[in-house]
Design a protein around this ligand. Structure first.
Ligand SMILES: O=C1C[C@@](O)(C(=O)O)C[C@@H](O)[C@@H]1O
Length: 222
């Protein structure tokens, strides 16, 4: 997956949902940290390409910050169905996430370098700096922040437009109610990934649209 165009990810913990997701999604985000199944569940052929995420606690996930978390990601990228892997920027700058990137490179798997802020939307300079750092360490620079008001959403959209114009591949979204619309609008400004659960009750982040709604809104806007 090269993310040269927008990719709508069905975000899921259950790979048997893929058949249903196929109707609306371009790919699947498998949330290893939230799933009952382990890496072995990926050892099958699936109808959509998989982005694997093993989100650490503190960035919206359930995985403890152990070497086992990264071992699982390293094993996952060896599965032929896995075409992209998510690793947090903080794991690359303060942790030992580099080996996940090395393993991904070896298996021709795209690296999404992510940052999450569940409290607020940092200022414009900080957003630009996070996206620039992430872009330098991976293939897609991803930023999920919390918008408290429309101005926050606008800041994120503006940063998305600027970084895309400068040739970077980014994925952005504002979590929470005030930023909800940004999930379907950000792709118009260059964001290359949207995340949506098959149904609202299985949301993996605040303010997500369900998959069908996301697809419909996106198609009607673009
Ligand atoms: O990091 C992201 C983005 C996300 O947090 C969102 O806001 O849609 C959803 C997560 O599943 C994914 O790993």
């Amino acid at each position: 997956m090269d993310f040269s165009e927008f990719v709508l990810m069905a975000s899921t913990t259950r790979l048997n949902e893929i058949e249903r997701a196929k109707q609306y999604a371009d790919a699947v985000e498998f949330r290893l940290d939230l799933a009952d199944a382990g890496v072995d569940a990926l050892d099958v052929s699936l109808p959509l390409p998989v982005l694997v995420t093993n989100r650490v606690k503190g960035e919206g996930g359930e995985a403890a910050p152990t070497t086992d978390r990264l071992d699982r990601l390293c094993r996952a990228v060896k599965q032929p169905t896995v075409k992209a892997v998510d690793i947090e920027l903080s794991t690359l700058t303060d942790g030992d996430g580099e080996r996940v990137v090395d393993q991904a490179r070896e298996h021709d798997v795209t690296v999404v370098v992510s940052t999450h802020d569940f409290e607020e939307t940092p200022n414009r300079d900080r957003l630009l700096s996070l996206l620039t750092q992430a872009d330098e360490l991976g293939d897609v620079a991803k930023l999920a922040v919390t918008a408290k008001n429309r101005r926050d959403a606008l800041t994120l959209l503006s940063v998305t437009e600027e970084t895309t114009r400068n040739g970077r591949t980014v994925a952005t979204m504002a979590m929470g109610e005030a930023g909800r619309h940004s999930r379907v609008v950000a792709p118009l400004y260059g964001s290359r990934i949207g995340y949506a659960p098959l149904s609202g009750e299985h949301a993996t982040a605040p303010g997500q649209y369900d998959l069908e709604t996301f697809r419909q809104l996106y198609e009607s806007l673009r």
